[in-house]
Write a protein of this length. Structure first.
Length: 348
């Protein structure tokens, strides 16, 4: 096999389970562009995202067929396993694009069902495996911000459910809004559990530049998508009476989630400077960087939706600022992706 072919084969075998973060990042920036009125950007990224989604599923299925052992070992690995939650999250984000950007709402509903099936399968497979494994890593070796992808996947279904419920007849409208509410609540509880462990790992164990992987930005992204889901539930109050009785709770916790996510932003920028400037950790393309792009786009979208739902228009400068920041981060990461595809040189 020539060097280029070997390189491609090795990439497939080692394919990161978190690669669907590219679909999540592209999709949410597309949705933020739509919210802010940049329709050409929104549609362009939507069509590109369809290509990403199809290509990644082809690669994932090929890896499962050709390298099944490596695939299954990743599922039960404490560091790589949570990356699989990008599959339901990416499916939900793409489904949200179908609902908001196109008339093909049936495709959005199909992706909603598919995302729920994936979420159920992965949640109870991964966490059962982590529970019953006889050999487990210590906390500092076994947990990262990537674990919060489980929260993002949960909240992505809450978001898509709230969007789908708008055009559904009764009694389905009530049922789907209740599902959105339940997923929103579950995602919030899951964040509290996991973030407690992650913050403990931050502050009481040695932390090297290599430990600060890009998915730590999900610390913020998980709260941003929780804000988006809560804001959509507030908008849906008129269609579901039981939400009206919970309105103060929905508003309070949506702001609570937004404020928590906002607290993380300076901290993550400071740690990034510490990693790459002070510690001179090399900045090279890694598929995990899509997990850092997604929170920036999600913060823009969630702040926009919260401002609309609660009338907080004094925050209107934030969505547009973070949209541009997310777009630049997306472009840099995409260039890194393209450059990583250059075939390896043959010896001699």
């Amino acid at each position: 096999m020539n060097a280029g072919g070997w390189h491609i084969t090795k990439d497939l075998k080692d394919l990161s389970p978190a690669y669907f973060g590219m679909v999540m990042a592209t999709g949410i920036i597309s949705l933020a562009a739509h919210m802010l009125g940049f329709q050409v950007v929104a549609k362009g990224l939507f069509y590109l995202n369809l290509c990403f989604y199809g290509a990644l599923w082809a690669a994932t299925l090929a890896r499962f067929v050709l390298y099944r052992r490596a695939f299954l070992l990743d599922v039960i690995d404490h560091l790589r396993g949570p990356g699989f939650f990008t599959l339901p999250a990416g499916s939900s984000v793409l489904g949200s694009q179908f609902i908001m950007l196109t008339e093909f709402t049936l495709a959005g509903r199909a992706l909603w069902v598919f995302a729920i099936v994936l979420w159920l399968a992965l949640t109870y497979t991964i966490f059962t495996a982590f529970t019953v494994k006889e050999e487990k890593p210590s906390l500092d070796k076994g947990i990262t911000g990537g674990w919060l992808l489980a929260v993002v996947a949960t909240q992505s279904i809450a978001v898509l459910s709230a969007l789908i419920a708008v055009d559904m007849p009764q009694p389905y409208k009530l049922g789907i809004n209740f599902l959105a509410l339940s997923m929103w609540l579950w995602g919030g509880m899951l964040y509290i559990w996991m973030m407690s462990l992650i913050f403990y790992r931050y502050t009481f164990f040695k932390f090297s530049p290599g430990d600060l992987a890009p998915p730590y930005w999900i610390n913020m992204g998980a709260m941003a998508i929780s804000t988006l889901a809560g804001s959509l539930l507030i908008v849906n109050v008129k269609d579901a009476p039981f939400l009206d009785s919970l309105l103060p709770f929905l508003k309070g916790f949506s702001v609570f989630y937004w404020a928590t996510g906002t607290w993380w932003i300076p901290m993550l920028f400071i740690l990034g400077i510490w990693r790459h400037v002070y510690k001179k950790f090399p900045l090279e393309y890694d598929p995990l960087y899509w997990g850092a792009v997604f929170p920036l786009g999600m913060y823009a979208a969630s702040t926009y939706e919260m401002a609309e739902a609660l009338g907080f228009h004094f925050l209107d400068f934030i969505p547009i600022s973070f949209f541009y920041l997310a777009l630049v981060a997306w472009a840099i990461t995409f260039i890194g992706l393209v450059r990583s595809f250059r075939p390896a040189k043959l010896p001699g």
